[in-house]
Design a protein around this ligand. Structure first.
Ligand code: ATP
Length: 625
């Protein structure tokens, strides 16, 4: 199967990319002016806000500490942190303070503090916060490593870790284990792994699986396609199996464990993986372990039927739908002792953090908390270390680094030439090929164009209904279709077999999204190609982030990126002691210029509902409810 395309001189219907919402063409200069105008407006708002805050804080001095209300989401400022940075700088200038390195770092600390505020509510229940409950010990499990492994000295453990490029941080870290057999998985699981061609653990699995089996809270960071899903699903299955054997659950009980993730497609994929293993166990004579998929866009009654009839052991969910079920008391977390946030940084980020906080409010007792991702800004790591119980950080590669098995190519393509060039670019490799773009409208237009050109393509974005989305993913996964055109909805976690080529039709503004997108290829030891179109429309901070990522991964840096003036070349470490941005982890800018902070503020101003519904301005909202 390969894409055989003939290039055709047809001009794309219109220049869809430089249009405003009314469909009128807006030249770059004008768009920049408008952006500048919006910035000035926001700054005016900041002045007003800060004046108000000053007045309020004078007033607050004579007030008592407010009570923490259960179920109350934390209040978030709707002033851009970029603008706050601007204000902080301005005040310092007015006070005659030099904006040298040390003041820059003070500004960064202040911004980081402000940016981290909301997420702090996310992993602790309101009742625990109100009563000041802190758990001192990890969850107890019955799992112990085999004797010869338990006897390993710290030096021996470190030797294994350094050989596998595993970094760890935390107290009493269980030893790494190099085989699934020694992790004590039953033969039924070992055979199911073999059937998937999985015979030995990947580095993240070597260290994180023993930690999870031992009941420890984990922050797991490893590059895309490195087997993180198995890392948290296998221990969960063993845990619920043990619970079921001890005391079988009955109708309306459960779940024992929850996996939360940012997109319906990702959760559907994880659900299938869990089902594969639980049915392998069932076939081998173990008790039936039941899982439920709680995602938006599907009939609630179907989803609840199982829990009403028999009870469920594992819930795999997107936060919106799961929160609904909990709030309406259709489910509860009374027995739940295990929660995993897949794509954890996204789950703690704006748009999901309040949902996650609301879900954690339903915990009645201690649970084991796991957070996994390929990208994990330092602020999330710091915060997670603060709120998790004796957490262990397991890190394989720098958080946010690109997968080294992906050949990254960056090409300067003029905006109006992109669509035609896309056809040529599709010929670089055999299918399957994934094309990403930022806007839903562009996804539709490119999809239509490819169909017109005879390419077997499907598309997904948050504006499509769930049936269409499922059909598109299934057709692409099974090889019926050669090309999938998608927004970032398909960027995180989806494991398509053997993707040869990822094309970024446009460069994402946030570098984390770039890392996830290109990570759909080059998975688990295979290699792949990623091509990214850039042009003058791409903001400079995104280009600088990209340049640094290419350098880090020893990829070719195109002249246009090399020529960029790069303030980070001489830059000191940031407020968290790492390089680059302390907020998003991008290597090409500091927090004071972070595009993500500004984008977050814009999303808040645009209204959370809009953002969550994926309806905003045609951008690829996850629509994950
Ligand atoms: N130990 C292993 N050996 C070989 N293949 C594995 C192993 N563990 C997992 N895989 C396979 O590797 C692929 C990628 O795994 P997975 O989807 O868990 O990656 P990930 O780290 O979660 O990636 P992402 O960051 O994109 O979510 C899957 O097809 C999975 O079956």
């Amino acid at each position: 199967m390969s894409v055989h395309l003939r290039l055709c001189p047809m001009v794309f219907p219109s220049d869809i990319f430089n249009m405003n919402q009314e469909g009128l063409y807006v030249p770059l200069k004008k768009r920049r002016e408008e952006e500048e105008y919006r910035r000035l407006q926001r700054r005016k708002l900041v002045h007003e806000k800060l004046r108000q805050i000053d007045e309020d804080s004078e007033h607050e001095e004579v007030q008592e500490e407010p009570e923490i209300a259960i179920e109350t989401a934390p209040v978030r400022s709707n002033v851009s942190l970029i603008d706050q940075s601007f204000e902080i700088k301005k005040r310092r200038e007015e006070a005659g303070v030099d904006e040298d390195t040390s003041t820059q770092s003070t500004t960064e600390v202040q911004l980081l503090h402000e940016a981290s505020h909301v997420q702090k509510a996310a992993l602790v229940s309101a009742a625990e916060r109100a009563e000041g409950i802190r758990y001192a010990e990890s969850i107890k499990t019955t799992w112990i490593p085999p004797k010869h492994i338990a006897k390993m000295t710290e030096e021996e453990c470190d030797l294994v870790r350094s050989k596998w490029h595993i970094l760890v941080d935390g107290e009493d870290i269980p030893p790494p284990i190099k085989t699934f057999e020694e992790m004590r998985f039953p033969p039924a699981i070992l055979s199911a792994l073999k059937a998937k061609n999985i015979v030995r653990p990947t580095p993240i699995q070597v260290q994180a699986i023993p930690c999870i089996l031992a009941g420890r809270d984990i922050i797991g960071i490893a590059f895309t396609g490195s087997g993180k899903t198995m890392t948290f699903t296998l221990p969960l299955i063993m845990r619920v199996l043990e619970q079921e054997v001890k005391m079988p659950i009955v109708s309306r009980e459960g779940p024992f464990g929850v996996i939360l993730g940012p997109s319906r497609e990702l959760m559907r994929q994880t659900f299938e993986i869990v089902k594969d293993f639980t049915s392998a166990l069932f076939k081998a004579g173990f008790p039936e372990l039941r899982s439920i998929l709680c995602i938006g866009g599907q009939d609630k009654r179907d989803q609840l039927d199982l829990i009403y009839r028999q009870g469920v052991h594992i819930a795999i969910a997107t936060p919106g739908r799961f929160k609904d079920f909990l709030n309406s008391k259709k489910m509860n977390l009374d027995l739940c002792e295990y929660i995993c946030l897949d794509e954890g940084d996204r789950m703690l980020d704006l748009g999901f953090d309040e949902e996650v906080a609301s879900i954690f409010n339903h915990f009645k007792s201690q649970r084991q908390t796991l957070i996994f991702s390929a990208t994990m800004p330092q602020k999330f790591q710091d915060f997670a270390k603060e709120v998790l119980v004796r957490p262990i950080l397991v890190n394989v590669g720098r958080a946010g680094a690109a997968n080294l098995d992906v050949l990254q190519e960056v090409e300067y393509v003029k905006q109006e030439a992109k669509i035609v060039y896309l056809l040529e670019c599709l010929q670089k490799t055999a299918p399957p090929v994934l094309i990403f773009c930022e806007r839903k409208g562009d996804v539709d237009d490119i999809h239509e164009y490819l169909l017109l050109k005879g390419v077997a393509a499907v598309s997904i974005h948050g504006g499509k209904d769930q049936v269409e989305r499922n059909e598109a993913i299934d057709a692409f996964k099974c090889g019926d279709k050669d090309v999938l055109v998608a927004t970032d909805i398909a960027a995180k976690g989806l494991d398509f077999p053997d993707i040869q080529h990822v094309i970024n039709f446009d460069m994402p503004i946030e570098i984390e999204n770039y890392v996830h997108r290109i990570g759909r290829t080059g998975r688990c030891g295979k290699t792949g190609v990623a091509t990214t179109f850039i042009n003058k429309n791409v903001p400079e901070s995104a280009l600088l982030d990209l340049k640094h990522l290419l350098v880090e991964a020893k990829q070719r840096v195109p002249p246009v990126l090399r020529a960029l003036e790069d303030p980070m070349e001489t830059s000191e470490s940031n407020a968290t002691g790492s390089k680059g941005c302390a907020f998003c982890g991008g290597l090409g800018h500091r927090i004071t210029d972070c595009p993500k902070l500004d984008a977050n503020a814009r999303k808040i101003n645009a209204g959370r509902r809009d953002y969550l519904g994926g309806q905003s301005a045609g951008y690829g909202g996850d629509n994950m409810g």
